[in-house]
Design a protein around this ligand. Structure first.
Ligand code: NAG
Ligand code: NAG
Length: 305
């Protein structure tokens, strides 16, 4: 229809040489009001949809892979939100203003896993928001049809989306273990065995399980997460105050352990603030052969003092 109209206008233009440019300009009727702003090359970069990176590979429960390549939208007041599973979340202001806002609220990054269950999809590295990037967490819930049901912004530039789909209604549909390839399931079995045999602590078990999820591609390693982000990247690892406290407690414990190992072997150490160069610690080796090996894994029982 649009193509035919275009052809018609083109014919008009050819037939009447005078108003041709005007007719050509008129052809640029836009379907969505915001497309005008989007395609305007004179706008500053930030107001056009320019993804900061490619989405992560599709991962997780195989029965959800069919959602890849599809998009689901929700119009709420003056905004249209669009969720494209395993790809992105975008926002489009529904107005005829010449500079209507359109933005990327996140690019598919990693799963949120808790209690060995896929809880939601993290879409990160969206358009800049002060010194950070917009990000969205998409929660998957059971529903009669696949649709974007709800969007909110619980804190500035962090969006919470609820995506309903019949694909997650079965009670086992979001379990992590069945989604893993056999080799990783075996590794998990071994971790369970090691925990039962007290070869690793509960803390070590959690750590190795996280590594396993990273190897499966469900979670990003901290280095992967930091590569794209400017500032503010580190606190993404601590979604709640509780997990931050927990991590702080673990680090403090580890610090005490390392200090006591150093003291035990008469190795001098300085306060953290002064150890910006590594030479304080690096070249010194324990004076005798009875030195406890620093295995670098606080989760191993033998190392816990
Ligand atoms: C968002 O994802 C959809 C679906 O895969 C894709 O067609 C679209 O180009 C993406 N938008 C951006 C801005 O990356
Ligand atoms: C964790 O999952 C198990 C089984 O899937 C369930 O029985 C248990 O209640 C869950 N615990 C929490 C804290 O969600």
């Amino acid at each position: 229809m649009a193509a035919r109209l275009a052809g018609f206008l083109l014919l008009l233009g050819l037939a009447a040489p005078g108003p041709a440019p005007a007719a050509a300009a008129k052809m640029k009727v836009v379907e969505e009001p915001n497309a005008f702003g989007l395609n305007n090359p004179f706008l500053p970069q930030t107001s056009r949809l320019q993804p900061k990176r490619d989405p992560s590979p599709v991962s997780g429960p195989a029965h959800l892979f069919r959602l890849s390549g599809k998009c689901f939208s929700l119009v709420e007041s003056t905004y249209k939100y669009e969720f494209c599973p395993f790809h992105n979340v975008t926002q489009h202001e529904q107005t005829f203003r010449w500079n209507a806002y359109s933005g990327i609220l996140g690019i598919w990054n990693e799963w949120e896993i808790s209690n060995n269950t896929f809880r939601g999809m993290w879409m990160r590295d969206g358009d800049s928001c002060r010194s950070r990037s917009r990000q969205s967490k998409v929660e998957l819930t059971c529903g009669k049809s696949s649709r974007l049901a709800h969007v909110s912004e619980p804190s500035t530039c962090v969006y919470a989306l609820t995506f309903e789909t019949p694909l997650v209604c079965h009670p086992h549909s979001l379990l992590v273990y069945p989604a893993l390839p056999p080799a990783l399931q075996q590794r998990w079995d071994q971790l369970e065995q090691d925990l039962a045999d007290e070869l690793i602590t509960a803390q070590g078990y959690d750590k190795w399980l996280r590594v396993l999820f990273e190897d499966a591609g469900y979670l990003k390693t901290p280095e992967q997460s930091e590569s794209v982000l400017e500032g503010g990247a580190k606190d993404l690892a601590f979604q709640t105050l509780e997990s931050c406290r927990e991590a702080h407690k673990e680090l403090a414990k580890e610090l005490r352990r390392l200090k006591s190992v150093l003291t035990q072997h008469g190795i001098p150490y300085t306060r953290p603030a002064e150890t910006s160069s590594s030479e304080h610690v690096g070249p010194k080796t324990p004076p005798d052969g009875t030195a406890e090996p620093l295995r670098g894994d606080p989760g191993l029982r033998g190392n816990t003092l």
